[in-house]
Design a protein around this ligand. Structure first.
Ligand code: FMN
Ligand code: SF4
Length: 498
């Protein structure tokens, strides 16, 4: 299979909403938007999120900051200056929900990199200060009352197949099951790295302990991360695993049930969110036929003909695994409702093996591939999937959507539409937060955007950590442009062909 080369229409070249609409129509996708940015109290973005309370608080507006890690904590998992600055900027965004802050490992071996935050007794004070710094920054920008208007959660994680706890370049995987494509792609050739059921039981205790630490540190909720190919997401697709954590839907969701039961049995009343990859595809790779020296080829699926029906993912069509199947993910939402989960944050796929479905970009990260089609198609897929969840969401649960950053100038226009038409409860901002945390606060207060700060999806914030550097918006955030790492990053980009 070989991808057609296509010429990308860049968003800044679409000068008006009408141009944007015409372009969307030419792609034959369902991605509506409003005519203008609506400022003031009538804006759909400024409305409270009725029906869901977190830690007894009303959600005051409709945008959330997605978890965004920076590969920049200390090697003992404590915050540094960079981490504190990022959290302050989360506060300056004016978002009413800080969904997770960033991935925090529940155990040192579960880190995705040696500089990931670890939520433990030793780091509890530093993590509590992140929350306090965020609230202070929010107050400084929006006034004293703003301190009460924000709900802050911590994202609890174990990186599973993508653990690199000791060396940025060395995977130390802990996996749910052997995968015919990912094992080859990431060099796994033995069952030794498959976690046993008793390993999992110990891990569940670590999550319960981490939820208590989060409550002690002042979090309003914890996110039990089930996305992006990390461990608990992988377990949702553990169809081929024997024993009590694999096979049936009931077994594959046992970890979530046991973690929540454990949290409640310990007397911890903290609210709970789940970030879910709502669908998945097979892994992708750059098309060798379309690659040139110094330039990655467009993305094509890895060959999957030898593993059909495809039993190695969650929310993926087993007969045609480059399409989604929402049957089980919707069942999972229902289960979350029964377990009292109040926030369901929907994402997709994995940044390690199919980044285009997860974080649509004009420019690929160094371990990715050139877009094989317009990234708006990938944005629209996530938005329309979220709409399906929202239609069926249990009472009291708020749905948060992802992957809006690629919309750039038209992010507020699309966000207003999907909120006004009830396609989602909240819009979540990822990369845009790194370059322009106040984008939606500006939209709501002034109706205009600071064009120079808009994230252009250069993927430097992904390419940097993939090559051992801290993450950040190097091209647009002067704090990072001024760092020596930016020069290193430019060299890396030249050699990796992005
Ligand atoms: C540098 C970087 C760090 C990220 N860190 C996390 C993380 O810690 N946890 C998580 O669930 N998602 C993480 N994501 C994914 C984002 O939360 C978000 O889903 C993704 O970037 C797509 O949204 P966007 O289009 O607004 O960027 C990260 C993404 C980037 C680019
Ligand atoms: S480096 Fe900056 S502009 Fe590029 S994707 Fe990340 S946030 Fe956006």
């Amino acid at each position: 299979m070989s991808a057609e080369v296509f010429k990308l229409t860049r968003i800044p070249s679409l000068k008006t909403v009408e141009d944007f609409r015409r372009h969307v129509a030419s792609l034959d996708i369902d991605l509506p938007c409003e005519d203008q940015i609506a400022s003031g109290p009538e804006s759909p973005l400024a409305q409270p999120c009725a029906g869901t309370t977190i830690n007894g608080k009303t959600i005051e507006n409709r945008w959330a900051i997605q978890p965004m890690e920076g590969w920049d904590a200390t090697t003992t998992g404590a915050p540094t200056e960079e981490v504190r600055r990022r959290w302050q900027r989360f506060g300056e965004s004016g978002a009413s929900v800080i969904y997770g802050g960033e991935a925090m490992a529940v155990r040192p071996d579960g880190r995705a990199n040696p500089n990931q935050l670890i939520i433990n007794e030793e780091n509890k004070g530093g993590i509590a200060e992140l929350r306090e710094g965020l609230i202070r920054a929010r107050k400084d920008r929006f006034g004293d009352r703003a301190a009460d208007g924000v709900t802050i959660g911590f994202q609890l994680t174990h990186s599973g197949r993508f653990c690199r706890p000791h060396d940025k370049k060395r995977l130390e995987p802990c996996i749910a099951y052997r995968h015919p494509i990912l094992d080859r792609k990431f060099g796994i050739d033995s069952d030794d790295v498959v976690l046993s059921d008793s390993d999992i039981e110990r891990l569940i205790e670590a999550y319960v302990g981490a939820a208590q630490l989060a409550a002690d540190a002042g979090a309003d909720f914890v996110d039990i991360k089930h996305c992006h190919g990390y461990l608990l997401h992988e377990f949702l697709g553990a169809h081929t695993r024997p024993g009590k954590f694999g096979g049936s839907f009931e077994n594959r969701t046992r970890i979530l049930r046991d973690i929540i039961d454990g949290i409640r049995a310990s007397g911890n009343k903290i609210d709970i969110g789940v970030r879910l990859s709502a669908f998945d595809f097979v892994p992708f790779r750059p098309d060798p036929a379309g690659s040139q020296p110094g330039k990655l080829g467009p993305g094509i699926p890895e060959d999957f003909a030898h593993c059909l029906p495809y039993k190695y993912g969650f929310g993926v069509n087993p007969q045609h695994p480059v399409e989604y199947d929402l049957t089980e993910p919707l069942e999972f939402m229902e289960l979350c409702g029964q377990l009292g989960v109040k926030l369901l944050n929907l994402s997709a796929g994995s940044p390690y093996y199919n980044p285009h479905i997860q974080r649509p970009a004009a420019y690929p990260p160094s371990d990715g591939y050139q877009p094989a089609h317009d990234p708006l198609i990938d944005v629209a897929r996530q938005i329309n999937v979220v709409r399906e969840f929202k239609k069926r969401a249990p009472k009291g649960m708020a749905i948060i959507g992802s992957a809006y950053s690629y919309l750039q100038e038209y992010l507020p226009h699309v966000a207003q539409y999907v909120l006004r038409h009830n396609w989602t409860d909240m819009v979540g901002l990822g990369r845009m937060t790194l370059s322009y945390p106040g984008i939606l606060a500006d939209a709501v207060t002034t109706g205009t955007l600071a064009t120079k700060s808009i994230c252009r999806t250069f993927s430097d914030c992904t390419t940097a950590p993939r090559n051992g550097l801290i993450s950040g918006c190097y091209p647009l955030d002067k704090y990072y442009s001024a760092k020596p790492e930016f020069q290193k990053l430019k060299e890396i980009k030249k050699t990796t062909g992005v």
